[in-house]
Write a protein that binds this ligand. Structure first.
Ligand code: 5AD
Ligand code: SF4
Length: 466
């Protein structure tokens, strides 16, 4: 028997990349690869890159510089280390990476991970391989469904890709260029994936896609199904007690999704709905195709359907042309909505995007100052949101033993970590917890009904809102 080959994968960026990293591990497992935490003893290193952040490609080249040292050291020991660059930087700058970094054996874009074994075979034969093609439309203008099958179960919670790509073309964003046009997977494949995960102990599914609520996969009736209808179908699968989805665009919130929140106790009342700015002028320059009031109206529709729903968002400060007045409109919107949390970023130009050509840039000092003000407001809202759970009884899905001996940690419907003293039998169950205190971002509490041997093993969940 040949010894397993070791794979080290370093992943940056969004949830989709976390998922893709697991997908690459699963694709390579039948080839005899097992994961290792150390670069130095790896036979294969994959950099799963992200193009969203500032200086993304420079960071990749400096990482490749470090990997060259590790590759040389391996060669001195008579071992061959292959290096793969994957993810959105690979997609955007594949040829340039091959040209500039001889240390790289394979460059592979997100649409082609299922070809990794063949690409590696080429590298093993001494060649170098590049695959960053987007799927090609057939003669009817249909794109093939994205390839990913669901990753294998890892614990009680799993991501499932339902949609990839984005057609929105916000002027600051590279995603439409790196992940391509919007493509949805057929309902039947997603149902099969979720059933298989449920059979392997998964009870929480997060549907992911760059514009997940733009989902329009082919349903069993041959028609495109919206996300709300897909969620309804998935909620019927035995063993699935929690459903989530991310990331959504405010323009694509259909009534079927709102109704799913109204009707499905499995659908968690926690929605990531990026707005980016509260100024209509900036939203226009960003090509968001919605106003601040449109966004507020969408939030109101959700809240009318389900009272306990909470929101998170993404914000960009210092978009070209953003004045103090524009920024104050963002602060006003945050104050009006009241978030459970949010990510905020300083604008940074992405080569090839329309905003990168805009002249009226905001100075670094002004961006820094705005970021601090925005983050302070959001932090206060997040602390208030978390503090409001003290004294409440909330459902917690228990995930694993915590670092403190005897403690088990799980998540509330709003993804807050919650710790209780209990036995490991509760892992995989949803149980009511009385929250007693808050430590930084983590809640402490106790099981509301102490576990007794007569407690049913089936997960419970409180029906809220409906
Ligand atoms: N500059 C700053 N932030 C950006 N984001 C996307 N592109 C840029 C950029 N060029 C942020 C947006 C998006 C999140 C994933 O990253 O807020 O929602
Ligand atoms: Fe990028 Fe999101 Fe805009 Fe699509 S909707 S272009 S992923 S910011």
């Amino acid at each position: 028997m040949t010894a397993p080959r070791k794979l080290h994968i370093k992943s940056y960026g969004c949830q989709m990349n976390v998922y893709d990293a697991q997908r690459m591990v699963d694709t390579l497992a039948p080839e005899g690869f097992v994961e290792t935490a150390s670069v130095d003893d790896a036979d294969l290193v994959i950099l799963n890159t992200c193009h969203i952040r500032e200086k993304a490609s420079e960071k990749v080249y400096s990482e490749l510089g470090r990997l060259r040292v590790a590759k040389d050291a391996a060669a001195e020991q008579g071992r061959k280390m292959n290096i793969v660059v994957a993810g959105c930087v690979a997609q955007a700058e594949g040829n340039e990476i091959i040209r500039r970094a001889p240390v790289v054996d394979v460059v592979v874009g997100p649409q082609s991970y299922h070809h990794l074994p063949q690409l590696l075979a080429k590298a093993k034969a001494g060649g170098r391989a590049l695959e960053t093609e987007f799927p090609i439309e057939d003669k009817f203008g249909f794109l093939p469904a994205p390839k990913p099958a669901a990753i294998r179960a890892r614990g009680i919670s799993s991501f499932v890709t339902v949609q990839e790509g984005c057609d929105k073309f916000c002027t600051f964003c590279v995603v439409p260029y790196t992940r391509g046009t919007e493509v949805s997977r057929p309902v039947a494949r997603i149902v099969d994936d979720v059933k298989r995960l449920a059979d392997n102990g998964v009870c929480e599914i997060t549907l992911i896609g760059q514009n997940v609520n733009g989902y329009h996969g082919e349903g069993p009736d041959g028609r495109p199904w919206p996300l709300g209808t897909l969620l309804r179908r998935l909620a019927e699968i035995p063993g699935i007690v929690r459903l989530r989805y991310s990331t959504s665009h405010p323009r694509d919130v259909e009534d079927t999704l709102i109704e799913a929140h109204r009707d499905l106790p499995e659908l968690m009342p926690y929605v990531h709905l990026p707005v980016q700015s509260g100024s209509d002028r900036i939203l226009g320059l960003m090509n968001r195709k919605h106003t601040a009031q449109d966004y507020v109206d969408v939030i109101d529709r959700f809240r009318d359907a389900r009272q306990d729903i909470a929101f998170t968002s993404d914000f960009i400060v210092g978009f070209p042309g953003e004045t103090e007045e524009d920024f104050e409109a963002t602060l006003a919107l945050v104050t009006q909505i009241g978030y459970a949390g949010a990510y905020s970023f300083k604008y940074s130009p992405r080569p090839g995007t329309p905003a990168a050509e805009m002249q009226e840039t905001v100075s670094a000092a002004v961006m820094d100052e705005r970021l601090v003000r925005l983050q302070e407001l959001i932090d206060n809202q997040q602390s208030a949101f978390n503090a409001a759970t003290i004294g409440q009884t909330v459902d917690v899905l228990f995930e694993r033993a915590a670092r403190n001996p005897g403690q088990i940690v799980g998540r509330t419907p709003w993804l807050q970590p919650a710790h209780v003293m209990a036995s490991e039998d509760i892992i995989g169950k949803v149980l009511p917890v009385t929250i007693t205190s808050l430590e930084r971002y983590s809640l402490l509490g106790h099981l509301t009904t102490p576990l007794s041997p007569s407690l049913p093993s089936a997960p419970s969940h409180t029906v809220m809102g409906a």
